[in-house]
Design a binder for this molecule. Structure first.
Ligand code: GDD
Length: 374
């Protein structure tokens, strides 16, 4: 892969870091792994009392950017100004009973996608804030750029299948091939494809890929699910909208096709282990969105029902699904963010002489997306 091709993609790539109560040193490592030309966007849902963890995160990003001469954006998911901005822009569904943006990783990622769209860049990628190894983060971003460079459609996605996920077992490291949530999600997504095609397959290896990137041309047309249903639902939404089973509202996309490239990286994926209940929860959310999909065939639904030990006639709960970010009025979103969101920080690239250049968001770029037209 030519280095200048990779660099050209990185200049157009926004890396969103969803973050909730991760440690400062780990976040610093993640920041340092993101290639220099990518724009950093941190969307935090961290606690603000008794210690304001968001303030620590925002300062960490600002200090890193000052030293590395980079621009960035940061925001807190529960900022009332953000809720007001999303409401005005046309997304009241994302607001909860407290009048704030709902908790959830998918919700944070949606905010990240909206901010990415405001920057006028072409691509958005996601990297979790709990990645312990900066070198892995760097490899994920390089793989994003390589995959996006190779894409032959403007509607493209790259999903990372990490080489292994190490765990401590009886005092030694065990390099497990797949995570416990992914194993189950991949199994049922593959069964869905097999039922449609009539051929058994294990083509899907990235049902839960937290690390992934896509063109904004595609991302702005996709519906996003809330919480941890977000990644599995990306497949479900692509099958529903562009799989050719139902009608598509986007003949332009159908004419080009949607390319999904799964790239296996070499570094092990070391991250914070949040426990068994958390894994079970992620698995459930994945199966819920698949079960309720309009493209889910009866044998897959039955198999999911059996796996979940559902009583006859019982159904799993539905997850929240939001309309595409491209349907929002992005110019209005920016107006309200700028005037009301107190946690919204735009860190400009600051050259050594103190000359301020390269603001992450330039007004004339806003509104060039699809705001309000989808
Ligand atoms: N902004 C925001 N809002 N970030 C959140 C939220 C939220 O409500 N909840 C979690 N995060 C952040 C975490 O701080 C972390 O950086 C990242 O999202 C992933 O959350 P974890 O709770 O650490 O999930 P995980 O590491 O067990 O699972 C990850 O890998 C799975 C695949 O193995 C996630 O990326 C999953 O989405 C993914 O399916």
């Amino acid at each position: 892969m030519p280095a200048d091709a990779i660099r050209a993609v990185e200049r157009e790539l926004v890396i969103v870091i969803p973050c909730m109560n991760e440690t400062r040193r780990v976040i610093e490592g993640v920041l340092s792994g993101i290639p220099h030309d990518c724009l950093i966007v941190l969307v935090s849902n961290s606690g603000r009392t008794p210690v304001d963890r968001y303030e620590i995160e925002a300062q960490t990003v600002a200090e890193f950017c000052r030293l590395a001469e980079r621009p960035a954006l940061t925001i807190h998911q529960r900022d009332p100004g953000l809720a007001a901005a999303l409401k005005v822009a046309g997304l009241p569904e994302i607001i909860d009973e407290e009048g704030l943006v709902r908790h959830g990783k998918g919700e944070g990622m949606l905010v990240g996608m909206a901010l990415a769209a405001l920057t006028g860049r072409r691509y958005v990628g996601y990297v979790d804030a709990d990645n312990y190894v900066p070198g892995s983060v760097n490899e994920y971003c390089k793989a994003f750029a390589a995959g996006l460079h190779l894409a032959d459609s403007p509607y493209a996605m790259v999903r990372i299948a990490w080489h292994s996920k190490p765990k401590l077992q009886e005092g030694r490291l065990f390099f497990s091939r797949r995570g416990r949530a992914s194993e189950v999600t991949n199994h049922f997504l593959n069964q869905l494809i097999a039922e449609h095609s009539g051929f058994g397959t294990d083509v899907i290896a990235t049902g839960n890929a937290g690390e992934h990137a896509l063109t904004l041309d595609l991302g702005l047309r996709m519906r996003l699910a809330g919480g941890f249903a977000v990644e599995p639902y990306q497949y479900v939404d692509l099958f529903e909208q562009f799989g050719g089973v139902g009608d598509s509202r986007h003949p332009d996309v159908m004419a080009s096709s949607v390319g999904i490239r799964q790239i296996e990286t070499r570094n092990p994926h070391f991250h914070d282990n949040k426990g068994d209940e958390h894994v079970k929860d992620m698995r459930l959310q994945a199966l819920n969105v698949l079960y309720h999909s309009s493209v889910c065939l009866p044998p897959v639904r039955e198999a999911i029902g059996e796996f979940l030990a559902l009583a006859p006639d019982a159904e799993p709960p539905r997850e929240r699904v939001y309309p595409p970010v491209g349907s929002l009025a992005l110019d209005q979103l920016l107006d309200v963010l700028a005037s009301e969101a107190r946690t919204f920080r735009q860190i400009e690239r600051c050259l050594p002489e103190g000359v301020r250049t390269d603001p992450p968001i330039r007004r004339p770029d806003v509104g060039l997306g699809m705001g309000g037209r989808m």
